[in-house]
Design a protein around this ligand. Structure first.
Ligand code: AMP
Ligand code: FE
Ligand code: FE
Ligand code: ZN
Length: 283
């Protein structure tokens, strides 16, 4: 069984539509795929409608969270699976976070325009195609304007990495774990030790999150070194947390392929069993 529990479609910052992603997953030989767009469930219906026979679909999302125990607070990502997409508090929270992302992205465009760069908000909105707006869309605008050559170049400190980065509103990580559990879902801390992405949280926080009901840690991720993977694995073992592996596929916005990292069937079965069943795995 090949199980990939972290992927993005064009409903957030991936490049394939949810339907295309299902076909790519099949072609890549996956048996299970989770769709985890940033802060939205908007791709669920199209993915479900396009799901080919033999491919199981886990409906999920990747939540933009923050831990306020550090100064300044640290951003982190929580993968949420099989939750009720109509849970009122969760819906309200995701709506608020997406609205804040749009305000913040428009502000980043204003800063670039003020410095004389030829980018505009309409183009970014078109690139985001009605989905969750993020820095990868602004990165595309920078590429089109001939200002940088690649998405990773656009994330350099002189561009979206620092100079033009505007913080977005995030969900308090403990609130996110609580909300997802309340909505019948399961949470996994995405790439928790990826020092190359920025500041990471201390292990103490992960201990507290485990007590709050976190299900697992994503150890096998391309942004983790072998040492970071080993650390996450050992921490998970000591806390009784599950360990997942996933590609974090973003289409052509990143170089990683679907199924490049996978999760074991045992962990997958535990994850499904830990959910309420209100939003079942399809297939
Ligand atoms: P945002 O959520 O708008 O702050 O944008 C963060 C997203 O940008 C992440 O989810 C990744 O998809 C992408 N990203 C972050 N860092 C990089 C990087 N160095 N190169 C390419 N994409 C990145
Ligand atoms: Fe992303
Ligand atoms: Fe992430
Ligand atoms: Zn992701």
């Amino acid at each position: 069984m090949r199980i990939d529990l972290h992927t993005h479609s064009s409903v957030s910052d991936g490049t394939e539509s949810p339907a295309e992603l299902m076909a790519t997953a099949r072609a890549a030989g996956l048996d299970v795929i989770a769709l985890t767009d940033h802060d939205t469930t908007a791709g669920w219906a199209a993915a479900a409608a396009a799901r080919p026979p033999g491919l199981a679909l886990v409906r999920g999302a990747e939540l933009s969270c923050r831990w306020y125990g550090a100064e300044p607070p640290i951003s982190l990502h929580l993968l949420a699976y099989l939750f009720d997409p109509e849970h009122p508090d969760l819906v309200a929270t995701l709506t608020r976070i997406r609205a804040s992302r749009a305000v913040r992205a428009e502000r980043m465009i204003e800063l670039l325009v003020a410095d004389g760069y030829d980018v505009n908000w309409d183009d970014v909105l078109r690139l985001a195609d009605g989905g969750t707006v993020g820095r990868p869309h602004i990165a595309q605008a920078l590429i089109r304007a001939g200002l940088v050559e690649t998405t990773s170049a656009a994330f350099a400190p002189e561009w979206l990495g620092r100079r033009y980065r505007v913080p977005k509103e995030d969900i308090d990580v403990f609130e996110a774990v609580r909300l997802v559990r309340d909505a019948g879902g399961v949470t996994v801390f995405a790439h928790p030790r990826a020092t190359r992405r920025g500041r990471i949280v201390p292990d103490d926080l992960i201990v507290s999150l485990a007590e709050a009901g976190l299900f697992g840690l994503e150890a096998d991720h391309t942004d983790h070194t072998p040492e970071e993977r080993a650390h996450v694995r050992a921490l998970a073992d000591s806390l009784g947390l599950a360990v997942t592996g996933s590609s974090d596929f973003h289409g052509t916005h990143k170089t990683v392929g679907l199924g490049a990292e996978t999760t074991t069937p045992t962990v997958y079965e535990r994850l499904v069993a830990a959910s309420s069943g209100k939003t079942p795995v399809l297939g």
